[in-house]
Write a protein that binds this ligand. Structure first.
Ligand code: HMG
Ligand code: MG
Length: 309
């Protein structure tokens, strides 16, 4: 979460649509359209957003405009945290050159997914991060960490939760201010979520934990509720429910930002997100990707009883 004072009733939504969402689109979305979507998301009240990735454009061509997009997106965004994925020192150099105030490093709890995604073993990823994170911190750039495949791996199946906790702790020890635990392929259930989050909370304060839940099998909101009940107050989400991981077969989009904001508002929790405006942003997202998106609220609308006729 950011440094501002927040109550237990505030839930931070970390918007990943521009990165996780668009990395998975077949076609390249024009920088101009990305800027229009960013404006719509900021208008909706989102203040923590992942813009893009400084990864290899050969592997993720959808985000090949990272520098150009960041250059045009960054100016005059006070009160907003804009971040980007960084896989290695080349990525860090690019992110620093673009003036990003925050970056995110990423690895998987499963060896096979880590190799498919980054061409490295988990140990090698940690060696890379051990060099990269101090450089970022010394440059005044905050670092978030992702652990993917925590709820299950498309190649290895179930992953031992203690392994995930150990990886998350290592990221925090390296200097990440928070780890976002990923259900990369959306296989989790609330009982498993209580187990994973409970184990994390035994060793890490709750503000250092966020969840990143792909909604492949429709369990993301149920898992979020389980984590909310344990005190977690930051969740990643993607406008319209866009997204996936190009290196995780079968991964569908993240939980839709508008659906999450709706549920939280109905529960009396604050998010700072305006429902009408996030619906407008989901409509912008649908227009730019030119296909229907899986989020629900932008189709159903908010709960507004009609006058009986
Ligand atoms: P590699 O090919 O093993 O790296 O890629 P390399 O160091 O051998 O370099 C090969 C070439 O790539 C060289 O260029 C490098 O300069 C270039 P060449 O000499 O062939 O012309 N290169 C780069 N160019 C630009 N920016 C860079 C960079 N690094 C190398 N940063 C690498 C290793 C990790 C870079 C590559 O595999 C890669 O970019 N993979 C993409 C990973 C990715 O973006 N995955 C999706 C995001 S993760 C995700 O979605 C999960 C998450 O949402 C959480 C969840 O859902 O669980 C976060
Ligand atoms: Mg993801």
């Amino acid at each position: 979460m950011t440094d501002e004072v927040r109550t237990d009733d505030f839930v931070s939504i970390y918007e990943v649509g521009l990165r996780d969402g668009l990395q998975n689109e077949r076609g390249f979305i024009a920088t101009e359209d990305k800027l229009v979507l960013l404006e719509a998301l900021l208008d909706a009240g989102l203040r923590r957003l992942e813009l893009t990735s400084f990864v290899s454009p050969k592997w993720v061509p959808q985000l090949a405009d990272a520098e150009e997009f960041a250059r045009r997106a960054l100016p005059s965004r006070s009160g907003t945290t804009l971040s980007a994925l960084v896989p290695n020192d080349t990525g860090l150099e690019r992110a620093l050159g673009a003036g990003l105030p925050e970056i995110a490093v990423f690895l998987s709890a499963s060896e096979t997914h880590n190799r498919k995604n980054t061409h490295k073993s988990i140990d090698r990823s940690f060696e890379v991060f051990a060099e990269l994170v101090p450089v970022a911190l010394a440059a005044g750039v905050r670092v978030r960490g992702y652990v993917s495949t925590v709820w299950g791996c498309p190649y290895e199946g179930p992953i031992a939760p203690e392994r995930c906790v150990a990886i998350a702790e290592r990221l925090l020890l390296l200097g990440c201010y928070q780890v976002s635990l990923g259900d990369t392929i959306g296989v989790g259930d609330p009982k498993q979520t209580r187990d994973i989050v409970g184990r994390m909370l035994a060793v890490v304060p709750r503000e250092k934990i966020a969840l990143h839940l792909h909604d492949t099998r429709g369990t993301a909101l149920a898992n979020i509720l389980a984590a909310l009940e344990l005190g977690i107050r930051e969740f990643d989400a993607s406008v319209g429910g866009m997204g996936g991981c190009p290196y995780a077969p079968g991964a569908a989009g993240n939980v839709a930002t508008e659906d999450l904001a709706y549920m939280l508002e109905r529960m009396g929790l604050e998010t700072g997100v305006d429902l009408e405006r996030i619906i407008a942003a989901a409509n912008v997202a649908e227009r730019i990707v030119a296909r229907p998106l899986p989020g629900r609220l932008h189709r159903a609308g908010p709960f507004k009883p009609r006058a009986a006729s």
